[in-house]
Design a protein around this ligand. Sequence first.
Ligand code: KG4
Ligand code: ZN
Length: 329
Amino acid sequence: MKILALETSCDETAAAIIEDGRHVHANVIRSQADFHAKYGGVIPEMAARQHLETINFIIEEALAQGNCTLDQIDAIAATLGPGLIGALLVGANTAKTLSFITQKPFLGVNHLYAHIASNYLESNLEPPFICLLISGGHTQILHVANYNQITLLGETLDDAIGEAYDKVARVLGLPYPGGPLLDQLAQSGNANAYTLPHAKTEHPFDFSYSGLKTAVLRLFQKECADNTPSEEIQQNIAAAFQEAATDVLIQKTLLAAESHHIQTIAVAGGVAANSAVRRKFQQALLGRAGWMFYVPALKYCTDNAAMVGASAFFNPITQDITTEVFSRT
Ligand code: KG4
Ligand code: ZN
């Protein structure tokens, strides 16, 4: 089954052609990040207008890359939420119009299910597994018992980890979106130069990032009273933040897996692209016989349409489009 999938939930305009939920025939992404960087964050109205300007070209490019015509497509999918409403409407309306014209089914996709499904792309992963979903809006540990049976084991009580990365990056003077740049900066720093707090939460699988964020802000103010930090100080603060922010992800995810007697772990969402997250999980599972670790290719971590096509295939039931999709047992 070949699905043409669209993604326009935030500031990436994307189209992909996915076969049977795993094989990627085309994956086209146009990021608006450079445009929004001028304003230090995404301007929703402008994001929607830019999607509208580019979506047709992106679809044409995906069809060309996938060497196929609309006739050869079996269904058309789009992200319905959560996300920026104006931006979402562009992808959803385009997909629904194509579905109407071609008389092929329309499949609505939930963005969080799509991030989880990015792990099915070009891989053999099947449930059950524990999924750590880390993005700009979410930090959740999920028990994926089956493709459509997902339970929330824990989540952030305040900021999402991607949000914390972006805020700390801004403190350090990096442009939007700061997460990937902060990750790069951290790789040249000394994580032991400073000790930052590891947040404690009442529930063992919950997270909290607001205290860490404030601690970095105080540290920055102390170290850089004149507001022009040396490159070394910037790198060391970035490294210490990265260490504290990621340690807790690995510890809690492993604990959740052990307590559910599951030895397969997958990571999803934009922050799954983070070098420390990828390295630390691989190191932690090295030598643990029988354990499996899945992480999507970098191009499938941040928002893309390939994961939307995978989710449309594996989660074909009408998906709940609200943010609170996963509930605790
Ligand atoms: O999944 P995504 O593209 O959008 C949401 O659904 O939120 O995730 C975007 C988030 C941003 O906060 C971005 O700064 C963060 O993922 N991010 C990273 C890295 N790459 C993207 N954070 C840390 N390290 C990275 N390498
Ligand atoms: Zn996302």
